[in-house]
Ligand binder design. Structure first.
Ligand code: RNT
Ligand code: ZN
Length: 419
């Protein structure tokens, strides 16, 4: 290992030239919570004790051995991964990760079915986020919150209601706000003739969920849009316009817009949307993912868009206002490697964004010196943030460089491969 302290000192000198406070950047980076999605650990299947696989137009591909077969294994894998993910963390649980003795349907779930998750989070000193599971269910085949069948729609409304109550339970147990994300797969393979009725039903369903649970405390509710799902390529009820319209129209302090990086047309980017969202909103929820040609949910990379999102949050001054969650599911590689790589990349991109002279850039822009603005922003694309990252990881005992990889390989050998 190289001299980490020396690397850090050199970086401090370089960044110091621009008036950047490296220690402050580390501190902000460290305390920004990242919500780790539990579903990378078992390919989005969950532990409901019912037959049937993943539906709703999302897909995992690959059959890499060693996935978690029950919640205890999943938590053990998460614990292992978290050792190598420095900084403040939350874990994001989906409703289908319930732990009941026998099958409990979605309209009957209660806090007690998530007690192990809550106790574990308290033990780990982390917060929990939550998601209704409006997919992978026989009743989700012809719409959920937008279903024309009133019994089916009622069933999913009840699910949403139950989930908000479980969110409050998580808040009470952990003392940390529970961010709930509502995503529905509702859509059509072909172009429907009536494109508004499903949307009016979905709008009414959300209204009913929020009205019935208006006493719920400590919960934020993201509404997540999508461009299309597999098998529903022509029409999406919860489109971007629908979700944005719903959230902006409600104008409450807890209903917010979720922006998933894979849920827009391929040339649209979330980084370009944040400034518009924040012209109207106090908060937003991000699903950080990596869409390769479509919403493929690849492991988050240190790519231009991940860096641009973090830069935008820092420049907007909206880091505190934004709930950052990851959302990817790669079943073709070691799932712990997927978590650690994706989460480290997310945080590393954040650190790189914090190590930039934002005030200087803003001043150049305000002064109309757009030539210098270009030069300065480009210079920082290749700034030595990884020296600071390595030092930070060593301070947090999170493994410097690739140190963590051999540990995860050993865990694979000892634990995962025996499943
Ligand atoms: C699906 C959405 C949604 C899911 C999770 C499992 O396209 O991105 O967020 O990935 O709820
Ligand atoms: Zn998502």
């Amino acid at each position: 290992m190289y001299d980490l302290k020396k690397g850090y000192e050199v970086a401090k000198e370089i960044y110091g030239q621009y008036g950047i406070d490296v220690d402050k950047a580390i501190e902000i980076c460290d305390k920004t919570p990242l919500s780790i999605h539990c579903w990378q650990g078992d390919d989005v299947i969950g532990f409901e004790k019912k037959e049937g696989g993943l539906t709703g137009g999302i897909q995992t591909t690959g059959n890499y051995p060693g996935k978690a077969r029950n919640a205890a294994e999943l938590r053990a894998d998460l614990e292992f991964a978290m050792k190598y993910i420095p900084g403040e963390k939350k874990v994001n649980v989906h409703a289908n990760y319930q732990e009941a003795d026998s099958f409990v349907d979605r309209n009957e779930i209660e806090p007690k079915h998530f007690e192990n998750w809550a106790n574990w989070a308290v033990e780990q000193g982390i917060g929990l986020d939550f998601n209704p599971t409006y997919f992978s269910h026989p009743k989700s085949e012809n719409g959920t919150l937008s279903a024309a069948d009133e019994d089916v729609r009622k069933f999913w409304i009840e699910h949403g209601i139950r989930c908000r109550r479980i969110g409050q339970y998580f808040y009470e147990k952990t003392g940390k706000v529970c961010v709930i994300n509502h995503w529905t797969p509702d859509g059509d393979k072909e172009f429907p003739v009536d494109t508004i009725s499903p949307r009016l039903r979905m709008k009414d369903s959300y209204d009913q969920i929020f009205e019935a649970t208006k006493d719920v405390k400590g919960v934020m509710d993201g509404i997540e849009s999508k461009v299309f799902g597999i098998g529903a390529e022509s029409y999406t009820v919860g489109s971007h316009e629908f979700c944005m319209g719903y959230v902006f129209g409600k104008n409450t302090d807890h209903i917010i817009l979720t922006l998933d990086t894979g849920h827009y047309h391929p040339t649209e980017v979330v980084s370009a949307k944040l400034g518009a969202v924040y012209a109207f909103q106090d908060h937003a929820l991000l699903h950080v993912s990596r869409p390769v040609r479509w919403d493929s949910d690849h492991v988050v990379a240190i790519d231009d868009e991940t860096k641009a999102i973090m830069e935008e949050l820092v420049r907007l001054g909206k880091l505190d206002a934004t709930y950052i969650a990851t959302d990817f599911f790669d079943a073709s590689i070691n799932r712990v490697v997927a978590w650690v790589t994706g989460l480290r990349n997310t945080r590393k991109a954040l650190l790189a964004a914090l190590l930039q002279p934002v005030d200087m850039m803003k001043k150049l822009e305000a002064d109309g010196d757009v030539s210098s603005r270009l030069a300065v922003t480009q210079e920082f694309k290749a700034a030595p943030f990884s020296l600071v990252w390595d030092y930070y990881c060593s301070q947090k005992n999170a493994g410097v460089g690739l140190e963590w990889l051999k540990e995860v390989k050993a865990y694979e050998e000892d634990v995962l491969s025996k499943r």
